[in-house]
Design a protein around this ligand. Structure first.
Ligand SMILES: NC(=O)c1ccc[n+]([C@@H]2O[C@H](COP(=O)([O-])OP(=O)(O)OC[C@H]3O[C@@H](n4cnc5c(N)ncnc54)[C@H](O)[C@@H]3O)[C@@H](O)[C@H]2O)c1
Length: 385
């Protein structure tokens, strides 16, 4: 298949580019390095450097003989997107190209405005480029479990059957995001659903939970093929921060009460899920929403897990609660459905103690490069800057 991967330089986009090229697909990997720019502006550089796309593609080709076509450009620019879609004629688009940091989106007006403009414009342009140049193409769009927020009822897979005054209708599941970034994902979903109804697009919208891990089979071929690993307060995920804190001898920082519960998955399962979506395309005029996570953990449970495994490795891990910089429920009901991918054939990876130990070992290889000043929260949710 001809597959366009938007956001191909990113944590998920790069492993996806290698994975699908390795499987023999014609891959076009597109990025404008927005994440790299924001990371250097906010002093949030990753644990180890990653070569830019053209160099990575060369290293990959030298390692396995497979080609990744690289295009450097901005998905928020419709002229660029028109030329790209007209030339590539994609059969599938995997759309990762957004500003994904919740803290960055809450930092101040400029950052909020950039997140809103970039994310909505990129998605709007993808939709229009598909309608104009590749109307049969299957769009696989990365959303987030954060779109649902933390409602006091079970989270269903995308849709909710509502019965009201004796009548019934299926609606998009009510969503109430906890950051502006997550809110742009909610708005993306609305845009997609609108154009599916009016223009018969084929869309799979993936509500993904936080992803962990950075070793995929292709990255094992050469260290320079690893994806970005952020542990800072801007781009670093909870697990990455805890791994780095455990390795560097700093207490694991739990925000507030630590009851915040989310659904997590291994990066190898992200690749599996996207591939399953690709192999099972939806019909024209259909919007499929799948919850993409494997296991639920609270922040306290995750801290306990890292502490137990770290202590076993002699790291002597401490856990400390700090004031929560976010506005979020710290103790709440959470029960989300995730049967869709299992029905499609997902064979999930579980976050076992061995997997945690392996990740701690991988992070320890870069211990000398850890900058502890990057980890503590610098952005507070209720500040107006
Ligand atoms: N990593 C996770 O845990 C996670 C969880 C849920 C959802 N997601 C979603 O998955 C997608 C990928 O996330 P990631 O972790 O790989 O983030 P990332 O920041 O590492 O990758 C996103 C890439 O998109 C690029 N990009 C952004 N705007 C662009 C534009 N206008 N034109 C071209 N390129 C652009 C960035 O430069 C970056 O390389 C995002 O949409 C994110 O919201 C990620």
């Amino acid at each position: 298949m001809r597959i366009l991967i938007l956001g191909g330089d990113g944590y998920l986009g790069w492993p996806s580019s290698m994975h699908f090229a390795n499987k023999g697909h014609e891959v076009w990997s597109v990025d404008n390095y927005l994440r790299r720019d924001i990371a250097s502006e906010t002093d949030s550089d990753p644990l180890f450097p990653n070569p830019k796309l053209p160099e990575r593609a060369k290293i990959f080709e030298a390692a396995c003989g497979k080609k990744i076509n690289v295009v450097e450009g901005d998905c928020a620019d419709f002229e660029f997107m028109s030329e790209l879609f007209e030339k590539v004629q994609p059969e599938a688009v995997i759309h990762y190209a957004e500003q994904p940091s919740a803290p960055y989106s809450m930092r101040g007006f400029d950052e909020a405005s950039l997140t809103l403009d970039n994310n909505l414009k990129a998605t709007f342009n993808v939709i229009w480029a598909i309608m104009k140049y590749a109307p049969d193409c299957h769009l696989i769009k990365l959303g987030t479990m954060g779109e649902y927020g933390t409602p006091n009822i079970d989270i269903e897979e995308g849709w909710l059957d509502v019965e009201h005054k004796g009548r019934k209708q299926k609606f998009l599941y009510p969503r109430q995001a906890g950051s502006l970034y997550h809110t742009t994902k909610v708005l993306d979903t609305d845009l997609l659903w609108f154009y599916v109804r009016t223009h018969e697009l084929r869309v799979t919208d993936l509500m993904q939970g936080p992803v962990y891990g950075f070793i995929t089979p292709e990255a094992e071929m050469d260290d320079r093929l690893k994806p970005n690993f952020h542990y800072d307060d801007i781009f670093g995920t909870l697990i990455n921060r805890f791994l780095v804190q455990a390795v560097s001898g700093t207490p694991l920082t739990v925000y507030g009460k630590g009851g915040q519960t989310r659904g997590y998955l291994d990066i190898r399962d992200t690749l599996q899920c996207v591939e399953l979506a690709l192999k099972n395309p939806v019909e024209k005029g259909e919007m499929r929403i799948l919850n993409q996570f494997v296991e639920q953990f609270s922040v306290n449970e995750m801290a306990d897990r890292v502490k137990t495994v770290g202590d076993h490795m002699g790291l002597n891990v401490e856990v400390k609660s700090i004031p929560n910089p976010r506005k979020e429920a710290e103790d709440h009901y959470y029960n989300a459905a995730n049967t869709g991918f299992k029905e499609l054939g997902l064979k999930p990876h579980i976050l076992t103690d061995d997997v945690l130990a392996e990740m701690l070992g991988q992070v320890a290889d870069y211990k000398g490069q850890i900058d502890k000043d990057k980890i503590m929260p610098r952005v507070s949710w209720n500040k107006v800057a």
